[in-house]
Design a protein around this ligand. Structure first.
Ligand SMILES: *[C@@H]1O[C@H](CO)[C@@H](O)[C@H](O)[C@H]1NC(C)=O
Ligand SMILES: *[C@@H]1O[C@H](CO)[C@@H](O)[C@H](O)[C@H]1NC(C)=O
Length: 607
């Protein structure tokens, strides 16, 4: 009798060996993955060898010296900030967020009520409004709201745990910018830690994938916190996949705009100044130098191929695809204290090569091409039928976004000085009046988003109003330079229009579908820039003249005020002795007071 060959035990054994081998590999991979991804970032070890950070908090404004009218206006805007914030905070249930590190929604949609009662929209997947609004809450002295927001923002690393790909540039200007703005006002070290975490994950994610031109949508995941809920586990797994696959992602995301990859310089310069680590600034410089090579006749192309790092065409613009790039040509040098004195025909001592290149490109791209391409003089029907000067794209198309131009021109004129200063200031004022006119002619008192000029009329292309900030931003900047109170009145008109047409009972504000027919309905969205910029600039317009002075701060393209470095020679060594004592993030070991950090320390010798 032949027994069947005794396969079974061996087969079992092989099977067992094979299976345990597979399990072992899985365990090892899992262990490595968990080990790598589970490292907490929010841990004092991360601050080893980093310098102590101390920045004096900005005090709330002293309203007692304001006229009663101005004070009332300031307080009314503050109430509106509270109202807008309440709408958002209620809708995203910030309280429940505290429990599990859940990332709150990006925008409030103040009109709609979805089934679970929430009224929110996600597009960035990183709690855009929460980050964007925080420095405005601080400036409005809304202490309770501010503290709650900081608590949520810094308790978990929600800046880097979304499993969704995000828009790199929007992430930088809203998430990173928001944290830096709030840090720059409050000196709260936890905010800087969160900001640095966000910036590092930008450098490790999108910038690593493509250093000269960053992809538009990308993941910015970083090691997540050490809690072990299902969400965290998914996030870790996703990050693992991301590390494996990130170099393949870019083929899906072929194009980016000039503004989209070329406007990191200001936030990154600030980060480098505070941290003393040059990698942020250098990253932005690499992009700038790359782009500069393609300038031709004052035009830098707008649309670029991420994979090849080259422009798609030589077409340039001033509007949404390029605007912040233009802005940073002047704001990055201002932040560094670099300017060109036309009288003396020389650059200030603070100018680096990169700073000079920025200013030169600003001259070529904006000053020299401005009058022909972006300024239209024309009368439109309305009170008096007077001629106005409008900011336009290629002489024909008005875009509300272009109302940032008066503020930018004024800033440049004021900081660069020289022979053209008065001309530039006059042009800035004319353009501002043009924007104002488009607010005035609309029935709602708010400007259409885009339009064109035909004979003596302005014909809207998109007649909606999206709660945009550019006009009040320019009002604020020109007011600060000229102290012309009619600009405050113009701002107050905008504010009253917002109150009568856009305010939603119970909380939040909504845009308008048709500025000439306010009853045509709302645009069901409160973008995060509404609190970050529109309401902030209105608040500062009515606040004390020296509250967040343009001499001491540079505003990012998203309206976040970054404190400028102080001149070295004003600071004495004895002033920075014992800063390591307070704050949760104590320095481990020795305290360092090396350049450039100490430049930011207070000049008050009593500290
Ligand atoms: C700011 O808020 C705090 C706390 O709510 C309050 O005590 C203080 O008086 C406020 N300061 C100003 C100038 O409004
Ligand atoms: C959130 O919690 C705080 C106390 O932790 C409470 O005072 C506040 O009313 C709560 N807000 C909401 C919207 O439930």
């Amino acid at each position: 009798m032949t027994r069947p060959a005794s396969k079974t035990p061996i087969s079992y054994r092989q099977h067992f060996v094979r299976r345990s081998g597979v399990i072992l590999v899985i365990i090892v991979v899992l262990a490595i993955f968990l080990w790598e991804s589970g490292k907490p970032w929010y841990h004092s070890d991360n601050f080893k060898d980093k310098r102590c950070r101390h920045m004096d908090p900005i005090e709330p404004p002293d309203l007692s010296k304001l006229s009663p009218l101005r004070r009332e206006r300031f307080e009314r805007v503050r109430d509106s900030i509270a109202h807008a914030w309440k709408g958002y905070a209620d809708a995203v249930s910030l309280n429940s967020t505290k429990g599990g590190g859940v990332i709150p929604a990006d925008n409030l949609t103040p009109i709609s009520k979805s089934r679970n009662g929430a009224a929110t929209m996600n597009w960035l997947y990183y709690g855009a409004t929460l980050h964007d609004a925080i420095d405005t809450l601080y400036l409005a002295n809304l202490t309770v709201e501010y503290n709650e927001a900081v608590d949520i923002l810094t308790r978990y690393d929600i800046q880097t745990t979304s499993i969704q790909a995000t828009k790199t540039f929007e992430y930088s200007l809203r998430i990173l910018g928001g944290l830096l703005g709030a840090y720059s006002l409050s000196g709260e070290p936890r905010l800087f830690a969160s900001a640095q975490n966000a910036a590092d994950s930008l450098l490790q994610g999108p910038f690593q994938a493509s250093p000269s031109i960053t992809p538009r949508p990308f993941n910015v995941l970083a090691p997540s916190s050490s809690s072990w809920d299902w969400k965290t586990i998914i996030q870790r797994f996703y990050k693992f996949l991301y590390i494996v696959g990130r170099n393949h992602f870019t083929s899906e995301h072929k194009y980016n705009s000039l503004a989209g990859f070329g406007s990191f310089g200001l936030e990154f310069s600030f980060l480098s100044t505070i941290s003393g680590e040059q990698r942020y600034r250098k990253t932005a410089d690499v992009i700038f130098q790359h782009v500069k090579k393609y300038e031709h006749n004052g035009i830098v192309p707008e649309r670029w191929n991420v994979l090849t790092g080259t422009p798609e065409s030589m077409h340039g613009s001033l509007g949404s695809g390029s605007d912040s790039f233009y802005e940073y040509l002047i704001k990055v040098p201002i932040f560094d204290g670099c300017y060109y004195d036309e009288g003396m025909e020389m650059y200030s001592d603070e100018c680096t090569l990169v700073g000079k290149d920025h200013l030169e490109l600003y001259q070529k791209m904006l000053r020299d091409s401005l009058r022909s391409d972006h300024v239209k003089r024309q009368s439109i029907s309305g009170p008096g039928g007077t001629e106005f000067v409008f900011p336009t794209e290629f002489g024909t198309r008005y875009d509300h976004l272009l109302c940032f131009l008066p503020g930018l021109l004024a800033l440049a004129a004021h900081t660069q000085g020289g022979n053209n200063k008065d001309d530039d200031m006059a042009l800035a004022r004319d353009l501002l009046d043009g924007c104002h006119q488009l607010y005035t002619v609309a029935a709602s008192g708010l400007s259409a988003d885009t339009g064109r000029f035909q004979s003596k009329t302005f014909v809207p292309i998109d007649s909606s109003y999206y709660l945009r900030p550019e006009f009040v931003e320019s009002l604020f900047v020109l007011y600060r330079f000229t102290k012309d109170e009619t600009l405050q009145d113009a701002g107050w008109e905008v504010f009253e229009s917002l109150e009568s047409h856009c305010k939603i009972p119970g909380g939040g504000y909504a845009g308008l579908k048709d500025v000439n027919n306010p009853s045509a309905g709302y645009v069901d969205d409160m973008p995060s820039y509404f609190i970050a910029e529109t309401l902030k600039y209105l608040l500062l317009l009515f606040g004390p003249d020296d509250y967040i002075s343009l001499d001491d701060f540079v505003f990012t393209t998203e309206g976040h005020p970054l404190r400028k470095i102080k001149r070295k020679n004003k600071i004495y060594r004895s002033h920075f002795v014992s800063f390591c004592l307070d704050h949760q993030l104590r320095c481990l070991g020795r305290c360092y007071f090396l350049e450039p950090w100490y430049l930011l320390l207070s000049e008050d010798p009593s500290i």
